[in-house]
Design a protein around this ligand. Structure first.
Ligand SMILES: [Zn+2]
Length: 104
C-alpha cells in the first residue's frame, strides 16, 4: 500500500467520536480507519481557529468529513453550502504529477 494512494478518492463521512485516538495526549489526533497507518490530525480554520470538518489522512491521503457536532468539547465549523461538491471537484482536479509524487 503506497503513500497517498487514496488522494483522489471521494471524501467519506465519519464520526470522529468513533475513531481510535492515536495517543491519550490528544483529544483530536486519530488513527486512519482505512490504512491504519496514517493519522487524522483535525485542522483549524486559520482565521477563526474553529475546528474544520474536512480532514485528510497523513498516509493514504483519504479525505474525510466529520459528522460530529463537537470534537474534544469544541464545536466544529459548519460546512458552507456546496462545500462538499467544491471539495470533490478540487480533489478530481489534483494534478496527476502530485498524485504520482505522493504515491512514491
Ligand atoms: Zn489513511
Amino acid at each position: 500500500m503506497k503513500r497517498g494512494h487514496r488522494l483522489r478518492h471521494k471524501p467519506r463521512h465519519i464520526l470522529h467520536s468513533s475513531l481510535q485516538r492515536s495517543s491519550e495526549d490528544s483529544a483530536y489526533r486519530s488513527v486512519c480507519p482505512l490504512c491504519k497507518v496514517g493519522l487524522l490530525m483535525v485542522g483549524r480554520n486559520q482565521e477563526t481557529l474553529a475546528l474544520v470538518r474536512l480532514d485528510r489522512c497523513t498516509y493514504c491521503a483519504q479525505h474525510f468529513f466529520y459528522d460530529d457536532e463537537t470534537i474534544g468539547d469544541e464545536p466544529v465549523e459548519a460546512l458552507p453550502p456546496d462545500y462538499e461538491k467544491t471539495v470533490e471537484a478540487q480533489i478530481k482536479a489534483l494534478s496527476p504529477q502530485l498524485v504520482k509524487d505522493l504515491g512514491n
